[in-house]
Design a protein around this ligand. Structure first.
Ligand code: SD4
Length: 326
């Protein structure tokens, strides 16, 4: 497994990098683009496989990446057994499921919703915020009102049996402590490149389980949980959103790619930054995914255990990401 070693190997480049303000990543990490792989879609965690299938229906029919990343994560949102996405997910500490989502297209247009209750497909509400309003983000009651005005159905505030049982168990101690990779990581972030060569991204989640009521994570924050720049690439994040927000994680990954890094090197550099800015990094999980205009992909996580689903014309498969902490 690559880890700190990779960073140590960069020593020769470090001086020059410091001079021109680049992070200390070896020039060897800058792979020249060799043809373009498209269409292609990748998404976080194992449930990304089903989501990619949904996205691939759009992409393989020469559809737009924006439609693919919406339809793809709609699959996960509708899965009532997912612990971190949609209305079946684990609730906040008061027993309410509150949802965050974002979407961004090849023109840099974006929309998001946060602290939204009662709606099965928050990412589709985010898309309407992008397309129908002069705003980027709507939250809480206002986001719900907008969704209902646009024909979304109001679902009851009722936990799935599994979530209700888990929450009641949690209430016995009421101890807020995210457990790396176990307690609450299924958030779906998805990034895609379509046959026309355009990029889009989406992200949708119930956030961290047993969070404070009203807490919003990185997923609906454009540039934190997800970011797209059609000239360069796209990125998304999963894990403890507070740590991602502190470094504008997805934007940072895209900016590293703009500086010439491969998607893989960009994810590693972002994780390095995250570990420098979050002294508690050994106790949390964060994973990044990246995709550039050539269809090259990359992923890297703070901890062992992050995987992602990658789908192109050769198939849809689950890949284990490399990680920083051994
Ligand atoms: C959040 N980043 O709300 C989300 C949680 C997550 O897998 O990604 N879980 O902080």
């Amino acid at each position: 497994m690559t880890s700190r070693r990779k960073f140590i190997q960069t020593a020769g480049f470090a001086g020059a990098a410091a001079l021109i303000g680049l992070p200390e990543i070896s020039l060897a990490e800058k792979r020249p683009a060799s043809g373009t792989t498209k269409p292609i879609v990748l998404s976080t965690w194992k449930r990304g496989l089903a989501a990619n299938d949904g996205a691939w229906k759009v992409l393989s029919a020469n559809g737009r990446a924006l439609d693919a990343v919406e339809k793809g994560v709609n699959v996960t949102e509708a899965d009532f057994t997912d612990r971190s996405v949609g209305l079946g997910a684990l609730p906040d500490r008061d027993g309410h499921v509150t949802l965050d989502a974002s979407i961004m297209d090849e023109h840099g247009s974006c929309g998001s919703v946060a602290f939204l209750q009662h709606i099965m497909h928050p990412v589709s509400v985010a898309r309407l915020v992008m397309e129908k309003t002069p705003h980027v983000m709507l939250v809480g009651e206002g986001a719900l009102q907008f969704a209902l005005e646009n024909g979304f159905k109001k679902e009851p505030d009722k936990l799935s049996p599994a979530s209700e049982q888990a929450w009641k168990e949690w209430l016995k101690k009421s101890e807020y402590k995210p457990v790396v990779n176990i307690e609450n990581h299924d958030t779906i972030g998805m990034i895609a490149l379509d046959a026309a060569g355009n990029l889009s991204g989406s992200c949708t989640t119930s956030g961290l389980a047993y969070k404070m009521h009203g807490r919003v994570g990185d997923s609906p924050i454009i540039g934190a949980g997800m970011y797209v720049d059609n000239e360069v690439g796209a990125a998304c994040a999963t894990g403890v959103g507070e740590a991602v927000m502190k470094i504008c994680g997805s934007f940072l990954v895209v900016e590293y790619m703009r500086q010439g890094m491969s998607p893989d090197a960009a994810c590693r550099a972002a994780v390095k930054r995250l570990t420098e800015r979050n002294p508690n990094y050994k106790d949390i999980q964060v994973g990044f995914l990246a995709l550039n205009k050539q269809g090259e992909t990359g992923a890297y996580a703070v901890q062992h255990g992050f995987n992602y689903a990658l789908c192109d014309s050769s198939g849809n498969k689950l890949v284990d990401a490399d990680f920083f902490v051994n």
